[in-house]
Design a protein around this ligand. Structure first.
Ligand SMILES: [Zn+2]
Length: 408
């Protein structure tokens, strides 16, 4: 039943990627940036034109729609996020397609300093490879997911003869800044379970993410004229340096991988009078996460104790939780995705995500939501690329999912 979706996927991704949808974690509101509405409105219109039911753009910036079922059965949802990462230039994306990739290094027309080679790319000889021009990210994360869902939706809406249960579609904003899942989304989605299409290599079916907290450390010193400050000045910057150097050097992102968590100092701002440190804490286990938070609080208390004139506070802020805690109690959605992989002729594999997805939050909020591959690679930077044929494999997987989910 394998369909050839290559031309449609290529044209959808090229169109969607050219629209700037970068999110901004400094901005309030949902979506965080008004430019995301350009693509959200376009998707709303395209879904309406395809004949999807219940198409709306919510006031929190999420497009919802229904592919009506031909059978009763559980309601499944497919999600992708429209925003692109704030970490790299995303303005003026010029998608470029290399048809029939020859297996060699890929260069970028607008940036002669860049060359792309990778073990995964080496397996894609003969594929059609989409990249940006070298000055921006591509935004396959997650417009590859958007293109896959739109193509599968178009096919199912055109083929009411394909037996399936009802399928809900959601295109969310602001995933990259951790604000993709509005508190009202689970109720509005009305799905028994869901999948995000926001993963990488073909075959990846992910159901484990980090558990994540943030920590905000504020240090208030005592300000004084440096020429006459003997015995008076308490330098908040010096105390900040003590805190940083007291943390375990090996538990940083640059020295950890696989199942190890970390403490990451992501931002430090301030003066001798006052300093703010922003940390993120990550671990696959809740006790490991709690230990990292406790350690940071102990270090802050110890540095505070070295000078009672200073004030050091450490506030832990809950972010998201490993979706495995919920999914392992009922692996049906994971097993269904694995069965759809086999039906599409590929071998599923599950590796823990060293990050979070919209699915981490949705799962915690009661909608079990594993993550499925799209083919996207080297995301959040100028080398980002995706194979059209990998996207086509994910699209075929969608069609298998639709039919398998409806089977008793
Ligand atoms: Zn993503």
């Amino acid at each position: 039943m394998t369909q050839n979706f290559n031309a449609e996927l290529e044209s959808r991704l090229v169109r969607y990627a050219a629209i700037d949808t970068q999110s901004d974690d400094e901005a309030a509101g949902s979506p965080s940036t008004q430019i995301q509405l350009t693509l959200l409105n376009l998707l709303k219109q395209e879904l309406t034109d395809l004949g999807a039911a219940d198409v709306i753009l919510t006031d929190y910036g999420t497009v919802l729609a229904t592919i009506p079922g031909t059978l009763s059965g559980p309601t499944m949802a497919w999600l992708a996020h429209v925003d692109t990462a704030p970490q790299f230039n995303a303005t003026g994306v010029k998608p470029r397609v290399i048809h029939g990739y020859n297996g060699g290094a890929i260069t970028y027309p607008d940036n002669p300093n860049l060359t792309l080679t990778s073990a995964y790319l080496a397996t894609k000889q003969g594929h059609d490879i989409i990249t940006a021009s070298g000055l921006t990210l591509l935004g396959a994360d997650d417009k590859a997911g958007v293109a896959i869902i739109m193509t599968a939706a178009r096919h199912l809406l055109n083929h009411p003869d394909i037996p399936r249960g009802p399928i809900r579609i959601a295109f969310t904003p602001d995933e990259e800044i951790g604000r993709g899942v509005n508190a009202r989304l689970p109720a509005d989605l009305k799905a028994d379970f869901a999948y995000t299409f926001d993963g990488g290599a073909v075959g990846e079916i992910e159901y484990e993410s980090f558990s994540a907290d943030a920590a905000l450390v504020k240090i208030t010193g005592v300000s004084a004229h440096p020429g006459y400050s003997k015995g008076k000045l308490v330098n908040a910057l010096t105390l900040a340096a003590k805190i940083i150097s007291a943390l375990p050097a090996a538990q940083t992102p640059e020295l950890t991988d696989n199942r190890d968590g970390f403490l990451h100092l992501g931002e430090m701002t301030g003066t001798a009078a006052e300093v703010t440190l922003k940390f993120i804490l990550r671990d696959f286990e809740l006790d490991g996460l709690a230990a990292k938070g406790a350690l940071l609080q102990q270090v802050c208390a110890a540095v505070q104790a070295t000078d009672p004139r200073a004030t050091v506070t450490c506030t832990l802020i809950k972010q998201y939780r490993n979706m495995r805690y919920w999914l392992e109690k009922d692996m049906t959605p994971v097993n269904l995705a694995r069965a759809a992989c086999h039906a599409a002729g590929i071998e599923p594999r599950s590796v823990p995500i060293r990050g979070g997805t919209d699915g981490s939050r949705l799962t915690e909020m009661g909608v079990p939501t594993p993550n499925i591959f799209t083919g996207m690679q080297e995301i959040h930077g100028p080398l980002e690329w995706v194979s059209v044929q990998d996207m086509a494999t994910a699209t075929n997987l969608c069609l298998h999912l639709a039919q398998l989910a409806a089977k008793p």
